[in-house]
Design a protein around this ligand. Structure first.
Ligand code: ZN
Length: 452
């Protein structure tokens, strides 16, 4: 049967049936479908989008001859292109626009049609079904309904599951907590820091048994998962990886066996740009179904690696690691190539610290200073914490400790009160003030002494 007929048939199925079918679809079939959709997307975009027409003409690329991402040579779409030229990507009339949270003034804009939003909802529902969420579940959707996308996408996903839901938006967690009993919710969706706050309420005032807490939009601290699952027994805490530009989620956690994500390779073709010796590089994706604003080889700035071994859970969807950091948060310092995840691993074993921290790189003369700013819940002093921090570095990153011991750079620890560091939705983890183009705006508000 031709793919087109198979695809028409699949569209008539329920998300639960699609999830079962998708699990059993041989990888070779998914690869062939992705290759076909890639070629169609390139031709569609090249025929209609001024941005792609200019980019292809400048490189002498003939869209009819593009069969694989590699055929596009050095062409990539960047976040800057979406800030400067978003409307030049549009290939068909949009129904809705989403903007990203931006730090540079102008936001990225991504346009979708009503049909595309519906399709994203169905894909999200298939992902939720793979986790084990069914039409019998009752979902509290506390993702943000701001101008950026997660609340709306999750809402379309909830609607497509057939489950009962309440679209809270990112309200005070107490509002959701108060309604747990009334609506008998079994699933709660929200950002990790929001879910952590909700769990604190439940720990203090009593929890109801839940089936799932689903997070997205930022990384979930690993020790928070164990604690949350204990409070909400028998709940599982799972994460997905998506963004305004991705639309839905490229990565999701349908099984317990991976410390990363299974990848949606039906809706996205994913590549890793400039992988290092361990395979870590920037995640680049091409949308395979979108017709309003197709994204070809879009650079996410997020760094992860693809996992080639099949997952023990038996799913045919390939896996990727957790996000190791933002490409623009990689700091090349005297201590080596430093990513946010390294510091998360170093700070995680110290239980009195909150999940908010920031590391600032400065120069004093020519001497490099690495300032680690943390928040302590029990008033611990820097003198008390410093030896334990150093022992974590010695255990986990001996090369970093070696450079520190050699005096190549200095490390200083600063302890703040809880809540002093966080600013807005995301706290930039690594801030580099060593050079003229330093991003001082990214400094946490509690660090005003460095600001001035
Ligand atoms: Zn798996």
């Amino acid at each position: 049967m031709p793919f087109r007929l198979i695809e028409k048939f699949i569209e008539t199925l329920s998300p639960a049936t699609m999830a079962r079918l998708a699990r059993r679809t041989p990888p070779s079939v998914i690869r062939r479908m992705a290759a076909k959709h890639f070629r169609q997307t390139v031709r569609w975009a090249a025929a209609r989008s001024p941005f792609y027409q200019r980019a292809f003409a400048a490189r002498g690329l003939d869209p009819a001859k593009i069969r694989t991402p590699a055929d596009l040579g050095d062409f990539y779409t960047t976040p800057d292109d979406l800030v400067a030229n978003a409307e030049d990507f549009i290939c068909a009339p949009p129904s809705i626009v989403f903007e990203s949270s931006g730090t540079t003034g102008r936001n990225k804009r991504v346009y979708y049609s009503n049909d595309e939003l519906h399709s994203i909802g169905v894909s999200s529902a298939v992902g939720l079904a793979m986790l084990g969420i069914t039409a019998e579940d009752r979902i509290a959707n506390a993702f943000d309904f701001n101008i950026w996308i997660p609340g709306m996408v999750a809402h379309y996903g909830c609607m497509a599951t057939g489950a009962f839901s309440l679209a809270f938006g990112k309200v005070d967690p107490i509002e959701v907590y108060r309604r747990l009993e009334q609506y008998k919710f079994t699933v709660i969706l929200g950002e990790p820091t929001w879910l952590i706050r909700l769990t604190e309420l439940a720990e203090q005032h009593g929890a109801r048994p839940l089936r799932f807490l689903v997070g997205s939009a930022e990384e979930m601290p690993p020790d928070a998962v164990r604690w949350m699952e204990n409070v909400w027994k028998p709940a599982r805490v799972v994460m997905s990886y998506g963004s305004v530009e991705i639309g839905g989620a490229i990565g999701f956690q349908p099984c317990l066996q991976i410390d990363g994500y299974h990848m949606d390779n039906v809706d996205y073709l994913t590549e890793i740009l400039e992988p290092d010796a361990d395979g870590y590089g920037e995640i680049v994706f091409t949308t395979l179904g979108r017709r309003v604003m197709p994204l070809l080889r879009y650079r996410t700035r997020d760094v992860a690696r693809l996992i080639s071994e099949p997952c023990p859970c038996g799913s045919n969807f390939p896996c990727m690691s957790k996000i190791r950091g933002r490409r623009d948060e990689l700091i090349v310092a005297s201590g080596g190539n430093l990513y946010p995840l390294m510091f998360q691993n170093i700070l995680e074993p110290l239980p009195e610290l909150t999940h908010d921290w920031q590391v600032v790189f400065k120069l004093e003369g020519v001497r490099e200073i690495m300032e680690i700013h943390v928040e302590s819940t029990n008033g611990a002093t820097a003198d008390a914490l410093d030896p334990r921090l150093r022992s974590q570095i010695t255990d986990q990153y001996p090369d970093l400790m070696k450079n520190l011991a050699l005096g190549i750079f200095q490390m200083r620890l600063f302890v703040h009160r809880p809540g002093e560091l966080r600013v807005g939705r995301k706290l930039k983890r690594l801030v580099d003030l060593r050079f003229a183009h330093a991003d001082r705006a990214a400094l946490a508000p509690g660090l005003s002494d460095i600001r001035s």
